[in-house]
Design a protein around this ligand. Structure first.
Ligand SMILES: Cc1ncc(COP(=O)(O)O)c(C=O)c1O
Length: 437
């Protein structure tokens, strides 16, 4: 690219125009599409982003969750720059890989053995292949509204159109995009979240074919939905009784809602866990962790698992530094994230009440969801789908205009870099937006 060409675009709008000539749709992930110009970031530090127009935002997207220590944290920056000088890619074993695996096994209750990948979708792919290979069965139970990455075996019934989704107690399996492998949904059984009767019925009908049950134990891709009391224990029990593998997809919740993730928070240990996002403070890495019994089928080589960039030295250096920090300071970090998040949640809820806006704020604190609804609780995808998404889109757009960046569907992530000043500033901007809605 010539210097002159560089000068043809300066604003976000101009860069979007320019990018669209060579980047399909102007974005590299469909999750970054927006009604108007998508956010083009110039730089980010701590809890703040600066866009290409020089506008500052308090950031609650945090790279879709990973930046738990805030942007450009010294811990990540030092680890990454030191490793880059020792070599970027080895495709060989190295010490940090074993050290990160040891940290994971110390922190995550279900982890006896670990394998690494680069992104969450791959780790989920590995978990499903392992469950099928280990049990010799074909079917997987997946819940409506749960997202497990963009690959064919699981990109079904995430946010299906209601006119195609069938009855709530017997959802139809709906493909999430054109182009999926023919029949890729046939080996799924899609059920409603928090519906033990449906799970019982599925096992009664086909229990000897069910390789795995996969779920987000704290559902974060469709609001922030806690499991009903006893539901995860029920899943644990029915999988154990039927010889099926229970998989918790903790790619969002891992190292975010506690050092041991949702499984530690709810006291239920799955057979396999997928991890990613917050694990390396923004560097791209994912892990498949699980019991020695199930992971042994990978250890023995009977189920294949590979990847050029697996246990990438730079990502492992970041993971070692971030996990080491989270592990050592867990007693301060997680209560801190919870308190900061909850004080913002309280301020938002109070503001909505003052302005008579039907807004529900729910979640544990280190992440939370704002839903436009007069319902007191959201328990399922169908209840989420009934919320006012047009109003949520206006809320998101107006927040962005005021300088607050949240995940467009209404999810908020906190980092250790968010302090009381950010909360107060955000609360004021939310109040202005809610007044205008
Ligand atoms: C719960 C969950 N599983 C899997 C994935 C896929 O991870 P990745 O986008 O890193 O492939 C995501 C991504 O948001 C996720 O939230």
């Amino acid at each position: 690219m010539t210097e002159q060409a560089d000068q043809t675009a300066t604003t976000m709008e101009q860069w979007y125009e320019r990018a669209r000539r060579t980047v399909a749709g102007g974005v590299s992930s469909d999750a970054r599409r927006m009604a108007g110009t998508p956010l083009f970031v110039d730089r980010a530090h701590g809890a703040e982003l600066i866009d290409l127009n020089g506008k500052r935002y308090v950031d609650y997207v945090l790279g879709q969750g990973p930046d738990i220590l805030g942007h450009a944290s010294e811990i990540v920056a030092e680890a990454v720059s030191a490793q880059v000088r020792r070599g970027v890619a080895y495709a060989a074993q190295h010490r940090d890989e074993a050290l990160v695996a040891e940290l994971l096994c110390d922190m995550v209750p279900s982890a006896d053995l670990v394998r690494f990948n680069s992104v969450g979708s791959e780790a989920v792919h590995g978990a499903l292949r392992l469950a099928r290979g280990h049990t010799g069965r074909d079917l997987v139970i997946k819940f409506e509204g749960h997202y497990h990455g963009w690959l064919d075996p699981v990109l079904h019934s995430v946010h299906p159109p209601l006119d195609a989704a069938g009855a709530a107690d017997r959802p139809t399996t709906v493909a999430g995009t054109l182009g999926l492998t023919p029949g890729s949904g046939d080996s799924l059984r899609v059920l409603g979240w928090n519906d033990p009767a449906a799970v019982e019925a599925a096992f009664a009908a086909e229990g000897d074919r069910i390789a795995a049950v996969i779920c987000e134990p704290l559902l974060c891709n469709t609001g922030a939905i806690e499991p009903e009391p006893g539901f995860l224990e029920f899943l644990r029990d029915i999988c154990t009784r039927n010889g099926s593998v229970l998989i918790f997809d903790e790619i969002i919740t891992g190292f975010r809602v506690g050092e041991g993730g949702a499984q530690q928070r709810f006291g239920v240990t799955p057979d396999l866990t997928t991890l990613g996002k917050a694990m390396a403070g923004g560097m791209q890495v994912a892990a498949l962790a699980g019991s020695a019994a199930v992971m042994g089928t990978i250890a023995s080589g009977r189920v294949g698992h590979a990847g050029t960039f697996n246990s990438h030295p730079v990502a492992m250096a970041a993971a070692k530094a971030v996990l080491g920090h989270l592990h050592e300071h867990a007693d301060a970090i997680y209560p801190g994230l919870t308190t900061t998040g909850q004080s913002l949640m309280t301020a938002i809820a109070a503001s909505a009440e003052r302005h008579g806006v039907p807004l529900l704020v729910a979640g544990p604190g280190p992440l939370f969801q704002t839903y436009f609804t007069d319902q007191p609780v959201i328990r399922t995808y169908r209840e989420y789908a009934a919320c006012d998404h047009a109003l949520a889109a206006r809320f998101h757009a107006e927040l962005l205009r005021h300088g607050v960046n949240i995940v467009p569907r209404g999810l908020w992530f906190l980092s250790t870099a968010h302090g009381a000043d950010h909360v107060n500033e955000t609360a004021e901007m939310v109040d202005a937006v809610l007044a205008s809605l």
